[in-house]
Ligand binder design. Structure first.
Ligand SMILES: *[C@@H]1O[C@H](CO)[C@@H](O)[C@H](O)[C@H]1NC(C)=O
Ligand SMILES: *[C@@H]1O[C@H](CO)[C@@H](O)[C@H](O)[C@H]1NC(C)=O
Ligand SMILES: *[C@@H]1O[C@H](CO)[C@@H](O)[C@H](O)[C@H]1NC(C)=O
Ligand SMILES: *[C@@H]1O[C@H](CO)[C@@H](O)[C@H](O)[C@H]1NC(C)=O
Ligand SMILES: *[C@@H]1O[C@H](CO)[C@@H](O)[C@H](O)[C@H]1NC(C)=O
Ligand SMILES: *[C@@H]1O[C@H](CO)[C@@H](O)[C@H](O)[C@H]1NC(C)=O
Ligand SMILES: *[C@@H]1O[C@H](CO)[C@@H](O)[C@H](O)[C@H]1NC(C)=O
Ligand SMILES: *[C@@H]1O[C@H](CO)[C@@H](O)[C@H](O)[C@H]1NC(C)=O
Length: 455
């Protein structure tokens, strides 16, 4: 009895909680399953109690100017937060306290002017950060600390002059493949830091439509990216401009008009073999993979280093794993590829004597082996066994008082014609018969049960 009462109490309480959140919802916002939309509701302050069950919260197109500490701290399931098109100029400390489940944060089209390093602290699951079309002039150095799941960050259409490239390092943000800094006010970049960015970040770095000043260091970096065929350049060929001596009237499209850079020392690099070849490899899990590092460099002075997505740098000396080997000719061999071995493998061949580098990139995709053939084989086998058992049951368990009668039994015939070559057809016929037998048995069983209940 007491147990029943308790359950009742809990149910009533739960119902009240649900009702309560529904009420806060209907007044300003709209709740659809786990999505709460308060967009374009004329809000200048956050609603007092936001439903804690929401996974998606849309607050865009309102008049919010400030998000206070702990604004969302009861929303432990929140994954998508949209606050675009508001008037937010800064965020308090701990705004995202207790919302570490956040994966998608849209603060675009607001009035943020400085991105302070505490803004996104603790959001270690954050994958997408949208900050375009604000008034951002500065991004503080520690902003990206701990954002280890970050995949895409959009800073376009701001007034950024400096960006903390040095805080993005080889293993700090392993999934970052897009960093959009286009349409800002960058005049010069710390090119050494930019060249040190992880390969995937360089490949996804957008820098067009800034106020870059033409010089050889800048040109050299873009020249290498163009050589690698990065889409970030190809897609915005004409928007890559720089100004001569910083004079806005002398803006040139530097990917098209390369004559200005004829005197740059980049020409020396041109004569060096800086070939980057990107190829793709597709294998099934468990297969052996060999990744060749064929570059223009050869000879005994060439040493090879691989950068793998899961194991980091691999050199001949660093291997202590029997599942992976690096041959003297640079070929990397993985004995049995796993799905999580997928990713971009970068090989660098270094000729110490001639001081030459060459790089080779291979995009490896490991897929699970096709399950289909195995499954059908397995089900056929299972089908066979079940059918055999059913046929045997049919033969031996059916009450047949005239075993002395010489009547031929039709179901016996398929077994008599057993032959490996006709196996499938025999058994597929038999499987088609199987439901009939089953239903018969089931009906008999049901009858038995109902008569049992009746008594
Ligand atoms: C954060 O969440 C935990 C558990 O979800 C809760 O106990 C705690 O009170 C929350 N903190 C704040 C400041 O609301
Ligand atoms: C270039 O940036 C300016 C602002 O810096 C912006 O107004 C303009 O639309 C951008 N142009 C393109 C083609 O993106
Ligand atoms: C390149 O060097 C030549 C000779 O030193 C000089 O005449 C020319 O003006 C230079 N070009 C540029 C764009 O600086
Ligand atoms: C291999 O080397 C790494 C670092 O050098 C070390 O952390 C790891 O424990 C080693 N593994 C084995 C199996 O020796
Ligand atoms: C490198 O050496 C390995 C082992 O000797 C060989 O299997 C592989 O084919 C070689 N790769 C190239 C590109 O010659
Ligand atoms: C990759 O998957 C295997 C099992 O499939 C697991 O043992 C291993 O720890 C995983 N490695 C990483 C880096 O996630
Ligand atoms: C080769 O690459 C290494 C590492 O990126 C670099 O330090 C070195 O200067 C490069 N050497 C040449 C000749 O480009
Ligand atoms: C590698 O291949 C996968 C699957 O084909 C693709 O989704 C991914 O974008 C590729 N990565 C690069 C860097 O090309």
């Amino acid at each position: 009895m007491t147990f029943g009462l308790h359950v009742n109490h809990v149910l009533v309480l739960w119902f009240c909680v649900l009702r309560g959140s529904e009420e806060t919802c209907t007044s300003v916002c709209l709740c659809i399953a786990d999505t709460v939309s308060c967009s374009a509701s004329g809000l200048s302050k956050l609603p007092l109690s936001l439903p804690s069950f929401s996974v998606t919260l849309d607050l865009s197109h309102n008049h919010l100017s400030w998000l206070s500490p702990g604004s969302f701290n009861t929303m432990s399931r929140l994954e998508n937060l949209r606050v675009a098109h508001n008037q937010i100029s800064s965020l308090g400390h701990g705004v995202f306290y207790n919302v570490s489940s956040l994966r998608h944060l849209d603060l675009s089209s607001n009035k943020l002017h400085i991105v302070e390093q505490h803004y996104f602290q603790g959001l270690w699951r954050l994958e997408e950060l949208l900050l375009f079309n604000n008034k951002i002039t500065q991004v503080e150095a520690g902003t990206f600390n701990g954002l280890s799941s970050l995949k895409k960050a959009y800073f376009s259409l701001n007034q950024i002059t400096h960006f903390p490239f040095f805080s993005i390092q080889d293993h700090s943000h392993p999934f970052l493949t897009m960093l959009d800094l286009s349409s800002n006010r960058i005049t010069t970049l710390p090119w050494e830091n930019v060249k040190d960015l992880p390969g995937l970040v360089q490949r996804g770095l957008y820098l067009h439509n800034n106020s870059l000043i033409c010089d050889c260091d800048m040109y050299s970096v873009f020249w290498h990216w163009e050589l690698r065929g990065y889409n970030t350049l190809k897609d915005f060929m004409d928007e890559h401009t720089c100004t001569i001596y910083g004079d806005p009237r002398t803006s040139i499209q530097f990917l098209r008009r390369t004559r200005f850079f004829n005197n740059c020392t980049v020409e020396k690099a041109v004569s060096q073999p800086v070939t980057v070849l990107l190829s793709t490899v597709l294998v099934s899990e468990g297969e052996r993979v060999r990744l060749d590092c064929q570059t223009s460099l050869s000879g005994t002075d060439v040493s090879f280093t691989w950068l793998s997505p899961t194991k980091g740098y691999i050199t001949e000396a660093s291997i202590n794993d029997t599942l992976i080997s690096l041959f003297p000719n640079g070929t990397l061999e993985i004995q049995a590829a796993k799905v999580n071995d997928s990713g971009l493998y970068v090989c660098t061949a270094l000729d110490v004597k001639q001081a030459l580098n060459a790089t080779r990139e291979i995009n490896v995709t490991v897929v699970l082996p096709e399950a289909q053939p195995f499954n059908t084989g397995y089900t056929t086998l299972l089908g066979c066994i079940v059918t055999m058992v059913l046929i045997l049951m049919y033969l031996y368990l059916t009450p047949c008082r005239c075993s002395w009668c010489k009547q031929p039994k039709p179901p016996v015939i398929p077994i008599a014609t057993y032959d490996p070559t006709t196996l499938t057809s025999v058994f597929s016929d038999a499987t088609r018969e199987q439901p009939k037998i089953q239903t018969n048995k089931q009906v008999a069983f049901m009858e038995l049960m109902t008569s049992d209940e009746g008594t």
